[in-house]
Design a binder for this molecule. Sequence first.
Ligand SMILES: NC(=O)c1ccc[n+]([C@@H]2O[C@H](COP(=O)([O-])OP(=O)(O)OC[C@H]3O[C@@H](n4cnc5c(N)ncnc54)[C@H](O)[C@@H]3O)[C@@H](O)[C@H]2O)c1
Length: 400
Amino acid sequence: MANVAMLGAGFIGDFYTFSLHGQRNRDHVVIIYSRDKERGKVFAKKHGIPRWTTSIKEAVNDPEVEVVVIGLPNNLHLEAVKLAAAAGKAVLCTKPLGRNAEEAKQMMDLVEKAGIMNGYLEDLVYPPKTLKALSSVRAGAVGQVTWVRSRETHPGPHSDWFWTKEISGGGVLLDMGCHCIEIARNYIGKDIRPVEVICWADTLVKPIDSEDNAIGLVRYENGAVGQFEVSWTFRGGMDLRDEVMGTDGTIWINNFLRTGFEIFTAGGKKGYVAEKTETDKGWLFPVGDEVVELGYTDMFTDMFGAFEKKGKAKETFYDGYIVNEIMDACYRSATSKKWEPVRLKVWRGNKKTPKISGIRDYDKDHIFIKEETMPDGKVKIIIKNKKTGKITQRVKSIVP
Ligand SMILES: NC(=O)c1ccc[n+]([C@@H]2O[C@H](COP(=O)([O-])OP(=O)(O)OC[C@H]3O[C@@H](n4cnc5c(N)ncnc54)[C@H](O)[C@@H]3O)[C@@H](O)[C@H]2O)c1
């Protein structure tokens, strides 16, 4: 059981508190920080929180508080981490950790120097489907992971500050690219070094200084590639999809929009359907339990479990820092229009990871390339001669 200070009474503060207080949970928010007193009071009443304040410092230093959860706009993450580190309290911070890698590294250094438990709240590596997929990948179900594609698109964020570069630090690449990059990193292997990136980013639709669309490739040392596709101008709701391609298998996950739950309403549902849904009429795609299906419940189970056992969460500030470094490289690439190196100042993974290889022998003289059953029933086997390098095919008939 842990007592929590929730910093931020907005969208994510609400989701986090629902998740912490849901399902008869034992962790409790004991104080809520909101810059607006009335809003803090309303939030506190709604969630059964005993105290509210308009001072971040007061929330962090509340004597009952053991864990500080940061759900504030991006420009306030560092300030909140400084206060938590000074108070020696465990701290969990939402994504992106920093507005850039420099800020993220400062936060990582602060918590590590203070020796406090820290967690990077990347919920989208914790949805139940993703947890199962990750354990399948680790058990070897898809062989070696070669390519992960992660797509996060919606019609744009819900508050003014996201659209203001000085506060947010960037556009959709920073806001949603961080999810996709960490999802791919989890599937490919967090110990495998990300080496370089190529990225396209542009402002196609909105009147803003930041990018509202971006696509990028992150190349890892073993040759695997993480592909992200993000947009703040996608119409039709929130599209969250992941694909994993390996030497021996494939995984497709649809986290939102098409989860197997569909409602048609001619008159309209009237009100909230699911995050970023654009209509409440016609065919709707609700989500059964958003806090579970978006990973918040399993994320906090991991984080608070680690806090209780004085252990390490699966996602720490170090992971948040790595993601920020990858995104900084993406911004450089979007400008230079070239592959740009990921300049990691801290790396704790493998020193060297060998290149992916799915090579296996067909017989003592040949390497197997591919086998396929053709429409006429014949089976073609394509092989490569080990000495000459020549590629040939053998055809077997399976039709009697
Ligand atoms: N899936 C996710 O993990 C996820 C989803 C949404 C947002 N987030 C992150 O959560 C953080 C907050 O986003 P949100 O969606 O809750 O935003 P929001 O606008 O809904 O809420 C932000 C809160 O901070 C307060 N705030 C705004 N400006 C402030 C200021 N200058 N000083 C003090 N308080 C201020 C607002 O009043 C509000 O209570 C961001 O870092 C965002 O990236 C994460």
